[in-house]
Ligand binder design. Structure first.
Ligand code: GUN
Length: 279
């Protein structure tokens, strides 16, 4: 069994990015990412803190906006407008989910596509769907990069993605099609999920239910990608995949910690550096 070490690959990507940031600085441009966080979702706080830490590590300036959970739409849209027209800002990230009273799609539509380092705006989602994306969607691109960097083939393989969100499932479907995979998207209404998953050469689990995928979901020799981050009864971080049961039969598997997460953030940094270089 091969352990797909996202932490190590992310570090390699970041080492290369640090040089690109330095080269930009030599031309007088300070690469800058604006991060907007609304409310006090603890997981979102952790994610945003880690993204800021990555920025500091690379010499990218991070502008952080912590807005209270009762922020109204006009205030948030006003901030995005201001960041759109600020020439010193190269990337804009609005951490999701937003509090319920805010219209997520309306907020996303306000972000200038050239600064949309998450690849969430309709323009960038459309470009992705045509197979010619400008920005890579962070988690999906991180997954594809991690698989390919470990010498594993995607072309022609049965990829089953258990997630249909705009952040993971749908953009990953596009990237996998670009890699010539045969793609299935499964979700909560899929009939006989176990049967569907057991046909996968590459299984991507992103349901948010701790250790739901045991060995009965996995074909022996499959590549297993665990996007889940959950806490178990003891408060320990565990994935959607039961690692101890699945690792013995998988050909390759991501660890819950140090797998997909660091790759997501590395791609975000790469998109930010690209946004600054392309300006
Ligand atoms: N929420 C969960 N994943 C992401 C992500 O990649 N970007 C943003 N902005 N919010 C998220």
């Amino acid at each position: 069994m091969m352990l797909l070490d996202g932490k190590k690959l992310a570090q390699e990507i970041k080492n290369e990015l640090r040089e690109r940031v330095t080269r930009m600085a030599e031309t007088g441009i300070e690469t800058c990412l604006a991060v907007v966080l609304v409310g006090d979702n603890p997981a979102s706080h952790t994610y945003v803190n880690m993204k800021e830490k990555d920025c500091h590590e690379l010499g990218i300036k991070s502008l952080r906006y912590d807005l209270p959970s009762d922020t109204d739409e006009a205030t948030l849209l006003g901030l995005i407008d201001q960041l759109n027209s600020d020439n010193g800002v190269h990337g804009i990230l609005v951490q999701l989910p937003l509090p319920r009273h805010l219209d997520e799609q309306k907020v996303i539509r306000a972000i200038a596509p050239a600064k949309d380092v998450d690849c969430f705006t309709p323009v960038n989602v459309g470009l992705l769907a045509t197979g010619k994306p400008v920005f890579a969607p962070c988690t999906p691109a991180g997954i594809v990069r991690l698989i390919k960097a470990n010498g594993l083939d995607i072309a022609g393989k049965n990829v089953v993605i258990v997630n249909r969100s705009n952040i993971v499932g749908k953009p990953l479907m596009h990237l996998m099609l670009m890699e010539n995979a045969t793609v299935t998207i499964a979700h909560s209404r899929t009939v006989d999920l176990k049967e569907v998953c057991s046909k996968a050469d590459i299984l991507v689990a992103a349901v948010g239910r701790r250790e739901m995928f045991d060995e009965t979901y996995v074909k022996p020799g499959a590549v297993v990608i665990d996007v889940g981050v959950n806490r178990n009864e003891e408060g320990k971080l565990v994935g959607d995949v039961c690692f101890d049961k699945v690792a013995p039969i998988a050909s390759a598997i991501t660890p819950c910690v140090g797998g997909v997460g660091p790759m997501t953030r590395a791609i975000l940094m790469e998109n930010t550096v690209r946004a600054a270089e392309d300006k």
